[in-house]
Ligand binder design. Sequence first.
Ligand code: ZN
Length: 221
Amino acid sequence: MPDGVATVPGGSPHEELDLGDGFSGFRCERRTEPLDLPVLVVNRFFQPVQITTARRAFLLLFGGAALAVDEVGDLHDFSAWRSLPVREKDDGLPVVGGSLRVPRVLHLRRYDRMRRPTIRLTRKNVMLRDTHQCQYCARRPPVRDLNIDHVLPRSRGGEDTWENLVTACRTCNLRKGWRTPDEASMRLIRQPLPPRWSATMQILIGLPHSFDEWSPFLRAG
Ligand SMILES: [Zn+2]
């Protein structure tokens, strides 16, 4: 079986469907290979569960584990999907005898569980959450002048969590030093929290990139 490809779950409706590692880091380049395009995966209840690649989406569609959702919300199995035209706004995958429309949304037939993607706590992702803005002075210096600040310093037991890490410019970071914001008389412009669902998705797919076909599902999230 190819790496990371889901098997069609047998009996149990709660069986976990392996979607592989999911989509990690779509770069918004002009020419993306059709098979590398991001596809939004929704569960039986049309709740978004993951972003995957068109490559996995086609395998799930072809294997019958999933249906493709078109722009009006109709569901198609592989043979029905194959007969849909590739319009100008679509991405097409060249196949023998023509072109196959790359689905934007994939509906898993047996995946009941509500599972939300999580985003890894990394320096880069903290900065993305904070939109590269210093959380003390609100400035947006070049990224190279940004640091990650422990709100409660590590030396005082501050942990590496979404709630305790913020983006700070070099100046604010130095000024704060090993103190708490209170001790340094510095105020956070917003309370640091784990990224919300929609922000998580945006970070996962790359901020500027999204498809119109996703918006009904992301709004629902
Ligand atoms: Zn600052």
